[in-house]
Design a protein around this ligand. Structure first.
Ligand code: UD1
Length: 315
């Protein structure tokens, strides 16, 4: 077993039927007693391995949450409304899920003295003056989603300082990989890959010069294990690769790797979009021993493979 792998614990993964949560759950079930709390609104029951106990319910329901939290040692809080766009469409709903439910979760964690590993986001930085972005740089979130993640990131930190709770916030950059299903509100890689495989136009929003740090879900899972076992709690860590590519370049690489005839088209830029995003991962590297292992090209190949298999299975 690799050093830093969580073992022998009672664990709750909220959002464990979703994209990141289900990868995390699968990585935990062999060595831990794992519960999943998921409303199955965007997550899928079939993503939850049989070895985990699925509690079907909403994180906003106090009673369900408290039942799921009973006697846990570690909580990975992945349940969220993950789309910047969706938070702009409905900030109140997004706040309820992303902030209020997280506050209830932190309160419940105090009851059981559970460690909380929270999914925070690079969206809290907004459009930074320069990249790479270190954790202590100014926070200027450009969307309700970013504001919400900033709030819970800060709550996590202060729950450590004020109440002695073991908390770690992981500020995810752009996570991608197998299992991220394309939809109106999902990540750009899943959308581009589906468009490319269907032979549809690949829709770049704006001039495509905006950049992102795409981190493979396997590396994000690894960061979660490290966060669950570190002594360096009460703080936040960037989880990215430290490299970035433009969205236009991403579209071109996906077009090449899929061998599609799709043309790349430009559509309106997105409101509240961040121009440049790239992580400085030195803190995670120094304190957690985190190092990304998957290059964007390898990660994209694996992701495309997964979509191809899935498309074939449906046909
Ligand atoms: C993403 C995550 C968010 C996370 C943040 C951290 C998703 C859905 N959102 O937000 O949870 O906290 O990273 O950095 O994973 N784009 C196109 N064409 C499309 C779709 C998107 O050009 O069809 C562009 C967008 O305008 C944007 C970029 O791709 O510039 C990335 O968009 P998206 O994948 O939605 O992610 P973020 O908004 O960065």
């Amino acid at each position: 077993m690799i050093d830093g792998t969580l073992t022998g614990k009672r664990v709750l993964v909220t959002g464990g039927a979703g994209f990141i949560g289900s990868h995390l759950t699968r990585s935990l079930v062999d060595e831990n007693d794992v519960r999943v709390l998921d409303s199955l609104t965007t997550g899928d029951r079939s993503n939850v391995p049989p070895a985990a106990t699925l509690i079907e319910g909403d994180v906003r329901e106090e009673e369900t949450l408290s039942r799921a939290m009973t006697d846990v040692d570690v909580v990975f809080h992945e349940a969220a409304l993950v789309s910047v766009d969706q938070s702009i469409d409905d900030p109140t709903a997004s706040h309820e899920i992303n902030v209020r439910a997280t506050l209830s979760l932190l309160e419940a964690a105090r009851d059981y003295d559970a460690r909380v590993v929270l999914a925070s986001s690079a969206a809290i930085y907004g459009s930074p003056d320069s990249v790479p972005i270190a954790e202590d740089e100014p926070k200027d979130p450009a969307s309700p989603y970013g504001i919400e993640k900033h709030a819970v990131d800060q709550y996590a930190r202060r729950y450590h300082d004020l109440y002695g709770l073991e908390t770690v916030a992981l500020r995810y950059f752009n996570v991608y990989g197998p299992g991220q299903v394309a939809g109106d509100y999902s990540g750009v890689i899943s959308i581009f890959v589906e468009q490319a495989l269907a032979g549809d136009p690949i829709t770049v929003e704006g001039d495509g010069e905006q950049t992102r740090d795409f981190v493979a879900v396997d590396d994000v899972v690894r960061a979660n294990h490290l966060a669950a076992t570190t002594d360096s709690v009460g703080t936040a860590y960037n989880v990215g690769t430290g490299t970035a590519i433009t969205i236009r370049e991403l579209a071109e690489v996906i077009r090449d790797l899929t061998g599609t005839d799709s043309e790349i088209v430009h559509v309106d830029p997105r409101a509240g979009d961040v121009d440049h995003s790239r992580a400085d991962i030195s803190r995670a590297n120094d304190h957690l021993g985190f190092e990304p292992t998957v290059t964007v090209r390898d990660g994209l190949e694996r992701t495309i493979e997964w979509y191809r298999d899935r498309t074939e299975a449906f046909n």
